[in-house]
Design a protein around this ligand. Structure first.
Ligand code: ATP
Ligand code: MG
Length: 476
């Protein structure tokens, strides 16, 4: 991993998201999968949106507006504000939010949540928001450590009779051979390190390093020399390390404040990434309290002042923001103004709506005006048939589905009648049907059959109430 050139001695300032960090909070990544074709906003150097770029089709106004916001964030002029994306369902609000986070850097922490997540029976509403904000602030820790690094050439546990119990044998030590370009070395390591080796699934041919002081073992990747054995693998190959096996190495660890809070609340968990924060480890804590957060902040600030760590604010994305209530909104205002706030992106598909938690305050998007005043609002537009077709084709490519003649036109037409999301959702069931029929690609018949088996929203509602009846809150 390369070190960045940004000075790291400054105090934690919000929105200094210039260097791309990497986040370790991947637990929520599944919600991003439908947007895997989105690589960024696809803007030119002048900030203009090409009609089809970086996986984004059309939506040029919104993309250009988001480009300006990215510039504001990068020049640290966005503190205390939020970006609000409004538009009909399926018009790419979530996709835009993700693109903004990509533009800020490949691995800027991105913490998506849905407004309704705050209604948990166990945790305070505001606590859920506070946690999301902490998960969106990255910390890049640089340390120079004494390590043994190299390609594993030998991995032999040595067993001996256990002198304490009469039963069987235990591992007394493990012999690990490490090779670099310059030489090889054989290490005799403690059995606890052997457990770590098993946990990291390290085998001969992997490049690893062992920290001399703590004995923490880290797998860097598979050695280049083994790269040709398989064609398709989700493996990262790394070159044989240069220099001696025993050396000083700059290690970079990326964590979020949320990770640190959680690790310190659960003393046993996640100890490998937290080695640097070991001073905070105290036993007996079970939940993340404000006091704990303040302690973590203090330690983090210390590290930042020493130039050991660098704060990297990421992005909190709150979808369906009209689901928040007045309590959450006031708390959000306060969070926005805190000195270490990440970038906040909100999205909603509601027009005028009642602010939750109030009896009669109707406000645009169900958001109180004092928060609205802090927002830059960007609207997403609907799509035409051609644009829907292009997005469907992108998704089909990503999902590895082949489309027969005429299929794309047919799905795009369905999308124009229903919605973009409906068109995209047709792909999966249609591919199952084509598989059942023994075809290798989706044909027009499969789409026809999908439409027979399943209803779209309009035909479905029409089935029950021919008048259409109540307007279920649609505002656009
Ligand atoms: N302009 C676009 N280019 C490429 N893909 C798009 C575009 N707009 C939307 N998509 C894709 O269409 C799907 C639906 O869009 P998305 O989920 O972003 O809509 P949304 O506005 O967040 O809807 P909702 O209000 O229901 O949350 C996603 O898979 C998204 O990646
Ligand atoms: Mg969405």
């Amino acid at each position: 991993m390369k070190a960045t050139t940004t000075p790291s001695t400054s105090a934690p300032v919000a929105h200094n998201a210039l260097p791309p960090p990497s986040a370790s909070s991947t637990a929520r990544s599944s919600r991003i999968a439908p947007h895997s074709h989105i690589k960024g906003l696809g803007l030119t150097a002048e900030g203009l949106a090409a009609p089809d770029s970086a996986g984004f089709i059309g939506q040029t106004n919104a993309r250009e507006a988001c480009g300006v916001v990215v510039d504001l964030i990068k020049s640290r002029k966005f503190s205390g504000r939020a970006l609000l994306l409004v538009g009909a369902p399926g018009t790419g609000k979530t996709a835009l939010a993700l693109a903004v986070s990509h533009e800020l850097g490949v691995k800027v922490p991105f913490c998506p949540m849905v407004g309704s997540e705050v209604y948990s029976t166990e945790v305070k509403k505001t606590e859920v928001l506070a946690e999301a904000f902490r998960r969106a602030i990255g910390l890049r820790i640089k340390e120079t450590k004494e390590v043994y690094e190299g390609e594993v050439t030998e991995l032999t546990p040595t067993e001996s009779e256990n002198p304490l119990s009469g039963y069987g044998k235990t591992v007394s030590h493990v012999i690990v051979g490490l090779k670099t370009v310059k030489g090889t070395k054989q290490l005799r390591l403690d059995p606890t390190i052997y457990e770590a080796i098993l946990k990291e699934k390290i085998v001969v041919g992997d490049v690893i390093y062992v920290e001399a002081n703590t004995g923490a073992v880290k797998r860097v990747g598979r050695s280049d020399a083994y790269a040709s054995s398989y064609d398709l693998e989700s493996e990262t190959y790394v070159p044989l390390p240069k220099g001696d096996v025993h050396k000083r190495k700059e290690l970079v660890q990326d964590v979020t404040l949320g990770d640190l809070d959680a690790a310190n609340a659960r003393p046993q968990g996640g100890q490998d990434i937290m080695s640097v924060m070991g001073s905070l480890m105290k036993s007996g804590r079970t939940e993340v309290t404000d006091k704990l957060r303040r302690e973590v902040n203090k330690v983090v600030k210390g590290y930042v002042d020493q130039g050991v760590a660098e704060v990297v604010p990421g992005v909190v994305f709150i979808d369906e923001v009209h689901m928040l209530d007045i309590e959450c909104f006031t708390y959000l205002n306060a969070l926005l103004e805190s000195p270490m706030a990440p970038t906040v992106i909100l999205a909603t598909n509601r027009g005028n709506a009642l602010v939750r938690g109030t009896a009669d305050i109707v406000s645009p998007h169900g958001i109180p005006v004092d928060l609205l005043d802090r927002c830059l609002i960007v609207k997403t537009d609907g799509y035409n048939r051609e644009q829907i077709g292009k997005v469907v084709q992108l998704r089909a490519n990503i999902e590895g589905l082949k489309l027969g003649p005429g299929v794309l036109e047919q799905i795009a037409e369905e999308g124009e009648r229903g919605s973009m999301r409906y068109a995209l959702q047709l792909l999966a069931p249609a591919s199952i049907l084509s598989g059942l029929a023994g075809r290798s690609q989706i044909e027009v018949e499969d789409i026809g059959e999908t439409n027979e088996l399943f209803l779209n929203a309009k035909t479905s509602a029409g089935n029950i109430d021919p008048e259409g009846g109540f307007d279920g809150g649609r505002m656009w």
